[in-house]
Design a binder for this molecule. Structure first.
Ligand code: ADP
Ligand code: MG
Ligand code: MG
Length: 517
């Protein structure tokens, strides 16, 4: 079913300045009251306005839920468990991963260091075979020229620090609240059955993945004082996103102790027990005489070079990796999320009958064709025949306009777009090109909305990116998937259509929710 043009026609409605003021007034208070908020930028904290760093501000958010094709929403949700299963299998396939990283580590120090940490632990012997993934698969809507049914195309698959689950549940709540209490006052929001705002269980589903891992850990070895560690950046503007998850774990009928440990404090706040199991022990700085055993370490830091300023930081990562705690993610799971892996999955090898997905998934368990439908063209920039022809496209002043160039990095702000690709590549030694991938730009159909950012409203064409969350716990020894959930929670991020990047934290995007059409 194609989206009904009528349903998306005059949307969002035109609103008068008085109506806009009213909405703004409501949203800014609702957001703070419900933790749809971020800390102010560091410049403000450093200034006289907030010397103690106590202020919070409304997260950038759309005034209306953006229209999103129902068929695409359902498609994305329905394949999440298969995607979980796929990435759990990739993370357990060391031979495949070394094949991917071996060329990159020659020129990418960060990936090389990650691989070194894995090798060191492997040599010593991993003590923990369980691994947890809190994943998010990101998509944009792709509409063919012939106006056929829209499809989702995957932007990327995140295996580390997949964020915004906490804020996105709140955003869905906000839009639901407005649709009941505010939009009717404006008398301009369609008040009929076409207003379909899907439930969003993102916070609960991510918390239940962490809880499942925690319970599995303590079942296998009953321990005195178990806890979950959130490994975080410090300072962190997006702290409330993480707090929602923490409060969900603590507010349950069986509360779990959760501690935030800055990545830079791992070595000062944690130790490894001198047992063959190598339990990860944590003593809170506020009460150093007390010791907890970390059952799960949840990474909201450590995904990029910025968190590793020196060799001590790598020692810290090694300390976590060699410990008995269940890592979310392990190093191999983090590497499974590399853009290069996505490219290899999406590039069929000539002459090969079966797609590479058959290496990881049995067709009786997963619907491989449905996963492949979400792939868009992605090319290597190495010296294989397909890499060499991709280099030509990347360097061509016209052809390059349909592509984005991506390094093996996470967290937004790392990509090179369109016409900027040729001069960028030419500025690099050719030996480095192989650590990038070249991806076709997905060009979703036009949508309009209004974004509230820093107290001001921006109006115009927007681009929406849907993320679907999934959680998965597996045992690398038995090859068994112990827990696999997906599709209960989603994220809709929306940016102005003139902006290339869409990360809310990176400052370009805004939180949104889906109005299914
Ligand atoms: P990161 O891991 O840094 O988030 P992404 O691959 O998600 O990297 O790229 C960042 C942003 O760039 C995306 O959120 C999206 O807005 C834009 N982007 C990335 N790939 C594409 C693509 N193929 N088509 C259109 N936009 C893209
Ligand atoms: Mg990413
Ligand atoms: Mg992304």
């Amino acid at each position: 079913m194609a989206p009904s043009r009528a349903a998306v026609g005059n949307y969002p409605p035109d609103i008068t300045p008085a109506e806009s003021d009213q909405l703004l007034f409501t949203i800014k208070d609702w957001s703070i009251a419900h933790g749809l908020a971020v800390r102010p930028p560091p410049a403000l904290v450093a200034s006289e306005a907030d010397p103690l760093g106590i202020l919070a501000t409304t997260a950038p958010v759309t005034l209306f839920p953006s229209p999103f094709p129902r068929v695409c929403f359902e498609q994305a949700k329905s394949i999440q468990k298969d995607y979980n299963q796929l990435y759990a299998a990739i993370a357990q396939d060391e031979e495949f991963l070394i094949g991917i990283v071996q060329e990159i580590i020659e020129v990418d120090e960060f990936i090389a260091e990650l691989w070194q940490v894995h090798l060191k632990v492997k040599q010593e012997g991993y003590t923990q075979s369980l691994a947890l993934g809190l994943f998010r698969s990101d998509y944009m809507v792709h509409q063919g020229d012939d106006d056929t049914t829209p499809l989702i195309k995957q932007v990327e698959f995140n295996t580390i620090a997949s964020s915004f689950g906490g804020l996105s549940a709140q955003t869905s709540e906000l839009h639901t609240y407005l649709s009941t209490h505010e939009y009717p006052l404006l008398e301009k929001f369609p008040q009929d059955e076409s207003v379909d705002l899907p439930e969003n269980m993102s916070t609960k589903s991510l918390a239940s993945g962490l809880r499942y891992a925690f319970e599995t850990y303590i079942k296998s070895s009953p321990i005195h004082q178990p806890c979950i560690i959130f490994l975080v950046q410090d300072p962190e503007r997006n702290i409330f996103d993480q707090r929602h998850l923490q409060y969900e774990l603590q507010g349950h009928q069986a509360p779990i102790p959760v501690f935030r440990v800055p990545f830079s404090e791992i070595l000062s706040q944690t130790t490894i027990a001198s047992t063959s199991k190598r339990q990860l022990l944590y003593s809170p700085p506020s009460n150093p005489s007390k010791t907890f055993e970390a059952a799960v370490v949840y990474f909201r830091a450590g995904y990029g070079p910025g968190d590793y300023p020196d060799s001590k930081a790598w020692q810290a990562r090694l300390q976590i990796e060699r410990s008995n705690a269940i890592k979310c993610p392990s190093i191999l799971t983090q590497l499974a999320g590399a853009k290069k892996v996505q490219q290899v999955l999406a590039t069929p090898k000539s002459g090969e009958e079966n797609s590479i997905l058959h290496r990881f998934l049995s067709s009786s368990v997963a619907n491989i064709v449905d996963l492949e439908k979400t792939f868009t063209n992605i090319y290597p920039l190495d010296s294989t025949p397909s890499g060499l022809s991709a280099r030509k496209m990347a360097l061509d002043p016209e052809l390059c306009k349909g592509y984005v160039l991506k390094p093996q990095r996470e967290g937004g702000g790392n990509n090179i777009y369109r016409s900027a690709i040729p001069p960028f590549l030419e500025s690099l030694p050719e030996t480095h090109w192989k650590s990038y991938i070249l991806m076709e730009i997905i060009d979703p159909p036009p949508v309009h909305n209004m974004i509230l950012r820093n107290g001001a409203i921006e109006k115009g064409g927007v681009i929406c990116e849907l993320g679907v969350y999934g959680t998965c716990l597996w045992d690398a020894n038995t090859k068994e998937v112990l827990h696999n959930e997906g599709g209960e929670g989603y994220l809709l991020r929306t940016k102005g259509d003139k902006s290339e990047e869409g990360g809310v934290a990176a400052g370009f995007g805004s939180m949104d929710s889906c109005r299914l059409v």
